[in-house]
Design a protein around this ligand. Structure first.
Ligand SMILES: Cc1cc2nc3c(=O)[nH]c(=O)nc-3n(C[C@H](O)[C@H](O)[C@H](O)COP(=O)(O)OP(=O)(O)OC[C@H]3O[C@@H](n4cnc5c(N)ncnc54)[C@H](O)[C@@H]3O)c2cc1C
Length: 324
């Protein structure tokens, strides 16, 4: 299916908060149908963009590229390709970036990347970049070189400028032992290297996001910072996220989910908690929300419905009872 003409003309007022989703490439052929079911459901709500994860140390280089390419060619979604840099040499990173650009990708989420969990003796590539800021700089450098070498490319770049997002960590980056102050310094460096906006690690409370934004603004960070939200309907998933990211799940949330009478009640309570969080960050001035879907759309879309963020042209997939 080709991109339908006018597909990006979703009804929207300029003040509508941005809505975006994180997806990961299907882990295997069996997972592909479910992933595409989610893609099709997400298309219906006309998000501003979707972001596609990239396996640590380039583990999903090919599947991420193919998935992003298919999203570009076969859907009306605007994909942002995540890209990590510590596991690859500078030369390989350049090749990977060129591959994405050749596919027509114009948006990246530039990341340093973490060691693969299953490789305790893993070491960063000795000829690799060291930080996400370095990767932002390299992306800008590659784009400048491509435009200088081709007038056609220079015109295309005027029409569809390269956009670079980066990560931010409201509670500091537990994975690297970094504090919030260090993350703000790193965010400033990413902005100076040419980042356009930031997406945060998962937040469970509006305060941590708002405090990060306040500290970042004091430090001179002016780029928009979008909070990352996870649908809080599955306590098991929340605890896995806590283990992976070091971001503590509030005990009040776990207790709320634990007191549910059945699955539907748990879903309803989790969606309600997510709606309150979305209202909190938007009331505090967030430009939008980025929803971590884990390639499952029901809870993510119920969240949007409840928060009143679904595009007006979209059909609802949520039974009204879920939100009652
Ligand atoms: C929204 C989001 C999406 C993600 N997607 C992926 C993904 O697809 N694949 C994946 O493998 N991982 C992903 N991650 C995880 C991410 O790669 C890791 O958390 C990684 O540890 C840090 O990434 P970074 O890009 O912030 O690195 P950096 O900004 O380079 O930071 C790494 C460390 O260096 C320090 N640092 C860097 N520059 C400076 C500076 N100038 N001054 C002071 N300190 C500095 C930081 O404080 C931090 O401790 C994602 C994270 C987020 C929040």
């Amino acid at each position: 299916m080709s991109r339908p003409p006018g597909a990006h003309a979703a009804p929207a007022s300029v003040d509508r908060p941005t809505v975006s989703f994180e997806l990961f490439p299907p882990r295997n052929p069996d997972a592909a149908p479910r992933t595409w079911e989610t893609v099709r459901a997400i298309e219906q709500v006309h998000p501003d963009f979707v972001s596609v994860t990239y396996g640590a140390a380039g583990k999903t280089r090919e599947t991420s590229r193919v998935f992003v390419s298919r999203l570009l060619q076969e859907t009306n979604l605007d994909p942002i390709a995540h890209l990590t840099c510590v596991g690859t040499s500078r030369a390989d990173t350049i090749e990977i970036v060129e591959e994405f650009l050749d596919e027509g990708v114009r948006s990246f989420l530039a990341l340093r990347g973490d060691p693969p969990l299953d490789q305790p003796d893993w070491r960063p590539h000795p000829e690799g970049l060291h930080t996400a800021g370095d990767l932002v700089g390299l992306l800008r450098e590659i784009e400048t070189r491509r435009c200088a070498g081709s007038a056609s490319q220079a015109v295309r770049a005027r029409v569809r400028p390269l956009s670079i997002a980066v990560a931010a960590f409201p509670r500091g980056n537990a994975g690297t032992g970094g504090t919030r102050a260090q993350d703000v310094a790193s965010l400033l460096a990413k902005q100076e290297a040419g980042a356009d906006f930031a997406i945060t690690q998962v937040v469970f409370d509006a305060e941590s996001y708002l405090e990060l934004v306040a500290e970042a603004r004091d430090a001179g960070v002016v780029i928009p910072i979008i909070p990352g939200i996870i649908p809080s309907t599955d306590p098991g998933r929340l605890l896995r996220v806590q283990e992976l990211t070091g971001v503590l799940v509030p005990t009040t949330l776990l207790e709320e989910l634990g007191s549910a009478s059945d699955d539907l009640d748990r879903h309803r309570r989790g969606v309600r908690a997510g709606i309150d969080l979305i209202k909190g960050v938007l009331d505090g001035g967030a430009p939008g929300v980025h929803v971590y879907t884990y390639n499952q759309h029901h809870a993510a879309l119920d969240l949007l419905d409840g928060a009143g963020l679904r595009g007006s042209g979209a059909r609802s997939s949520a039974p009204a009872a879920v939100l009652a």
